[in-house]
Ligand binder design. Structure first.
Ligand code: FES
Length: 108
């Protein structure tokens, strides 16, 4: 992934919605919670399932609908079995109505 990649327009995602974008050949899940955007690897770490396309976002938690693993979209942490491996997390930048994703972690 490039240093910073255009992901979507702010208006492409409503509050509570998710989507998958392909950035540098990698599927990335985007999540909108209120006016904040979060991004993680799209593929559930349990088995291969798209969180951006098939996941169920509730607050800051994305549930994988295949076997119900949950992750925190803010840091990618796996919150319950059967997922035991965290999701890779990406930083997001919102600028001029556009959302960008960058590979570097942003310190909290
Ligand atoms: S593939 Fe996501 S919980 Fe099993």
């Amino acid at each position: 992934m490039a240093e910073r990649s255009f992901a979507c327009e702010v208006d492409d995602l409503d509050d509570g919605d998710t989507m998958t974008v392909e950035l540098g050949g990698l599927p990335v899940a985007l999540y909108r919670v209120g006016d904040e955007f979060y991004a993680t690897a799209d593929t559930c770490t349990h088995e291969k399932w798209s969180l951006g396309e098939e996941g169920d976002l509730d607050g800051f938690e994305i549930t994988c609908t295949l076997h119900n693993a949950r992750f925190d979209v803010r840091d990618g942490k796996a919150l319950c079995f059967p997922a035991t491996v965290d999701l890779k997390r990406y930083s997001t930048i919102v600028e001029d109505g556009r959302v960008y994703v960058a590979p570097a972690e942003v310190s909290a």
